[in-house]
Design a protein around this ligand. Structure first.
Ligand SMILES: Cc1ncc(COP(=O)(O)O)c(C=O)c1O
Length: 375
């Protein structure tokens, strides 16, 4: 069966340009960027060039970028780092019910340490109401953390409004931009965030690298203590190899024009499904405020995992899981109040730069076979 990859929100392939940039550091340049000799100089220069490339994508200063091992570490560093640094000031964090586990779980951990966390609800399209942020802020609030775009349904949040409200109350604002970087603009001056997380493997860089933007003047407690790497915010010898991969991927991601083609293809996909199945298929997420590559649909009355299983060779994800014979919706679909009948049939297709029209047409045709022949 032909293999078709429509799971780019889970991970992307490494761009060949990124791989080529990394190669010399895989093979030859082994110096420790912190050493004081010739072998260090190449690594140090490459590391700082990469930092500049990440900063250029976000429109921030180079020293506001902290390299991490990925999106999970960036979120952990933001949430725990701010909580520990501002413990004297307060103990309250505001987030949403639709965050990735890389935000929800650090919040749960901090609750065990005495934090109070408010998990805001969303509407049926997966969007939060900025007014709810305003209402939730108290004297004890130290951080608001709201993801830029949701990984399952692709809904984009009104980050600028939420950040402004947080700032009006003297509260720091973090956004998890793991899914939005490289797909829509993530410039700091537009979003207004004080902290922003990136995951390399969602934007054609390797797995195991990411970054946290920390606005100058915002202090965070490091999670790993040691020598003063990364401006004292994350100890451990930096991997110039991985940083170069992320830097090059960020340089490529500055050009968002490939996303126009991806959006057109995604809309062609939806049109194809609608033409075939009419109201037997339902779109999950916001019609407008949505990542250009993401199509989350419910095949009504079906089970997403079963549809995917029969879509042999097509890599995509479901929004429900079967536990002991019971279908459980993902917390995201649950928060959106999607009915169990629709939610259990949810499938997330996420397109990438290399996805072709031919692939989309082949998947629609295959779905027609599956849904029209099975009971
Ligand atoms: C929105 C979001 N945040 C964070 C992460 C975690 O990133 P990483 O896999 O790099 O730790 C992911 C990965 O799926 C994600 O989609």
């Amino acid at each position: 069966m032909r293999r078709i990859y429509l799971d780019h929100n889970a991970s992307t392939p490494i761009d060949p340009v990124v791989a080529a940039a990394m190669m010399p550091f895989l093979q030859n340049h082994y110096g420790n960027p912190s050493s004081g000799h010739w072998a260090a100089a190449t690594a140090k220069t490459a590391l700082e060039t990469a930092r500049g490339q990440v900063a250029a994508l976000l429109g921030c200063r180079n020293d506001e970028i902290v390299f991490t091992s990925g999106g999970s570490e960036a979120n952990n560093l933001a949430l725990k780092g701010v909580f520990f640094a501002l413990r004297e000031k307060g103990d309250h964090i505001i987030t949403t019910r639709i965050e990735h586990p890389a935000t929800i779980e650090p919040c749960r951990f901090l609750e065990r340490l005495g934090a109070r966390v408010t998990y805001l609800s969303v509407d049926g399209t997966g969007r939060i109401d900025p007014d709810e942020v305003r209402k939730a802020i108290t004297q004890r609030t130290v951080l608001v953390s709201i993801m830029h775009a949701n990984n399952e349904v692709g809904t984009i949040q009104p980050i600028e409004d939420c950040a402004r409200i947080a700032h009006e109350h003297g509260v720091l604002f973090h956004t998890d931009a793991a899914q939005s970087v490289g797909k829509v603009s993530t410039r700091i001056d537009e979003l207004g965030a004080d902290l922003l997380s990136i995951a390399g493997h969602k934007l054609y860089a390797p797995k195991g690298v990411g970054a946290l933007f920390v606005r100058r003047g915002v202090s965070i407690e490091p999670l790993t203590h040691g020598a003063g790497h990364e401006g004292g915010r994350r100890a451990g010898t930096e991997s110039a190899l991985l940083a170069i991969g992320l830097g090059k991927a960020c340089e490529l991601a500055r050009d968002l024009t490939p996303m126009d083609r991806v959006r057109t293809l995604r809309d062609h996909f939806w049109q194809g499904l609608w033409d075939q199945f009419g109201d037997r298929v339902v779109l999950n997420g916001h019609l407008t405020y949505r990542l250009p590559n993401t199509l989350n649909v419910s095949f009504v009355g079906r089970i997403g995992a079963e549809v995917l299983e029969r879509l042999d060779g097509v890599a995509a994800s479901t929004g429900s899981a079967c536990h002991s014979g019971r279908i459980e919706l993902s917390p995201v679909l649950e928060a959106m109040d999607i009915t169990p009948e629709a939610g259990m049939g949810a499938v997330r297709f996420s397109l990438g730069r290399a996805t072709t029209r031919d692939e989309i047409d082949a998947v629609v045709a295959r779905l027609k076979d599956i849904l029209d022949t099975s009971g």
